[in-house]
Write a protein that binds this ligand. Structure first.
Ligand code: BES
Ligand code: MN
Ligand code: ZN
Length: 497
């Protein structure tokens, strides 16, 4: 799929199978809609009197309008003008792209990015358009043989802008396209069944990225090498399964010199390709969804793909600790004490709190890069879903500047996070009588004590933690991975470059 700008002067002259124009609630026309309305002798005003109210996420297809060269005009509802911001625009572009994909056309032209609104620039609006385009063509069919949805034929989306704005728009389109590719990679890995997407498969996916992108060097450590690094906590979780663990290191080195000498940014992903809970086994209902417990790892792979495709002028390192959490004769037992790579000992009181056990060693491994900052991404706690639902990812950091940058990147991309507390006072809940710490902190503030646990392994660098338990996938009829927080992470890295 291709994204470009279209600078034809008169909108009514644009030849396209689908021309998207926006209308606000209460019938307020955007400039593009006004041009079409005038050229078509009031075709849009007419439907506004009857079936179309401009509600957010609504649309109407108008065919063969008089005076208009485009075959179809897709009128997109933008909702109330007063509240129309980055998220509203992103949703409108998504509606347009999805309608194009659904109509089975091969190309479309959107005018939506031309509508200025708070929190955005033309570049960020163009980025949202390309991201929506990529999302609209995602289909999961790897392990289906029947009732396949036909793959959309959509091959090209164009952004209608003035000639003088085309260059800025093109920058945004390139970014959105790369972010979209990263999002779709993360979605595919998440949606894959856990007997297909194993730790080994994640390692192979990383190696494939290394072959595809020159800037990426990839190393996959096997069990022996993980043992040599003394990752005793990670290995204790991995031991419960016959599926071998891997530790993945992806390194993006920029070509040019500007980024030279700058400390790298490190992303760390939780890669549980299946979490049964182990001996502290989970209830059966919806346990299949624990295939998504590698969402953090998937977002690291997706973001590294985007970073490499954009040839970002910044060294970025991705680390992934991948294994399964299963009950077996060799699995962790409640009461076991393990020694982490940092030397700190951990009493395992619940084997289902395994994410922090694999992440703590990955966070210690990150020290060797002398990073400017480390961000870990994990489907870490059910408690985070209770706190924030499926709207915001949980953000934990003691570093205000880092936290604010991540929040801003979330706002700009519509992939939002909400800051949670990380006071030392919560640390007390992790007290153990038999080790340096316990791996659970009891019922109260479960997502906070999980973050507190991780914080004990991150004293060597600025650090932030994203709990994506509520945002990495959707349950129910539309069950599927979201690819979050690839947009947030990539935007953060672009802003730091
Ligand atoms: N992967 C889960 C967290 C999770 C649960 C994410 C449900 C999304 C939906 C994690 O490994 C886990 O099991 N956490 C436990 C921690 C508890 C034992 C302290 C939890 O949240 O129940
Ligand atoms: Mn668990
Ligand atoms: Zn888990």
């Amino acid at each position: 799929m291709e994204f470009s700008t279209q600078t034809t002067a008169g909108l009514q002259q644009v030849r396209s199978a689908a021309l998207g124009v926006g209308v606000f609630a209460d019938g307020v026309l955007t400039p593009a809609a006004e041009v079409i309305d005038r050229a078509s002798e009031g075709a849009i005003s007419a439907v506004l009197k009857t079936e179309f109210k401009g509600k957010a996420n609504s649309h109407l297809v108008l065919r063969n309008l008089p005076g208009i060269k485009a075959e179809r005009v897709i009128v997109i509802g933008l909702g109330k003008q007063e509240t129309y911001r980055a998220a509203g625009h992103a949703a409108a572009e998504q509606t347009f792209a999805s309608v194009c994909a659904g109509l089975n056309v091969t190309e479309g032209v959107s005018t939506l990015a031309g509508v200025e609104c708070e929190q955005t620039t033309l570049r960020s609006r163009a980025r949202a358009m390309a991201l929506a385009g990529r999302r609209s063509t995602y289909r999961y069919d790897l392990t289906r043989t029947k009732d396949l949805e036909p793959a959309p034929r959509l091959k090209k989306l164009s952004l209608w802008v003035s000639r003088s704005n085309a260059a800025e728009a093109q920058v945004g389109l390139t970014e959105g396209s790369a972010i979209g590719n990263g999002v779709n990679l993360a979605r595919l890995l998440g949606d894959m069944p856990p007997n297909h997407c194993t730790p080994t498969y994640l390692g192979e996916t990383a190696k494939k990225l290394g072959k595809e992108f020159k800037s990426l060097k990839v190393e996959v450590l096997d069990r022996k090498k993980i043992e040599a690094e003394k990752m005793g906590s990670f290995l204790s979780v991995a031991r419960g399964s016959d599926e071998p663990p891997v530790f993945i290191v992806l390194r993006h080195t920029p070509k040019s010199g500007k980024a030279k000498g700058k400390a790298p940014l490190v992303l760390v992903g939780k890669g549980l390709t299946f979490d049964s809970g182990g001996i502290s086994i989970k209830p059966s209902a919806n346990m299949d969804e624990m295939k998504y417990d590698m969402g953090g790892a998937a977002s690291v792979l997706g973001t590294m793909r985007a970073v490499a495709e954009l040839e970002l002028d910044r060294e970025v390192i991705g680390l992934i600790a991948a294994c399964e959490n299963l009950p077996s004769g060799r699995a962790n037992k409640p009461g076991d004490v393990v020694t982490s790579m940092s030397g700190q000992t951990i009493e395992i009181l619940n084997t289902d709190a395994e994410g922090r056990l694999v992440l703590c060693d990955a966070l210690t491994y990150a020290e060797r890069f002398n990073p400017e900052a480390v961000i870990d991404i994990a489907t870490l706690t059910g408690a985070c879903v209770v706190a924030l639902g499926h709207i915001n990812s949980g953000l934990f950091s003691k570093d205000d500047e880092l936290a604010n940058e991540l929040l801003a990147a979330g706002q700009e991309t519509g992939d939002t996070a909400w800051r949670m507390p990380l006071d030392d006072a919560y640390q007390e809940q992790l007290r153990s009588n038999f080790a340096d710490m316990a791996n659970i902190g009891g019922m109260p503030a479960g997502s906070v004590t999980a973050a507190c646990f991780l914080s004990r392994f991150t004293t060597a660098y600025p650090w932030a933690h994203l709990d994506i338990a509520g945002t990495a996938w959707k349950s129910g009829k539309d069950k599927g991975a979201t690819g979050r927080p690839v947009p947030l992470l990539t935007q953060f890295l672009i802003a730091r470059s």
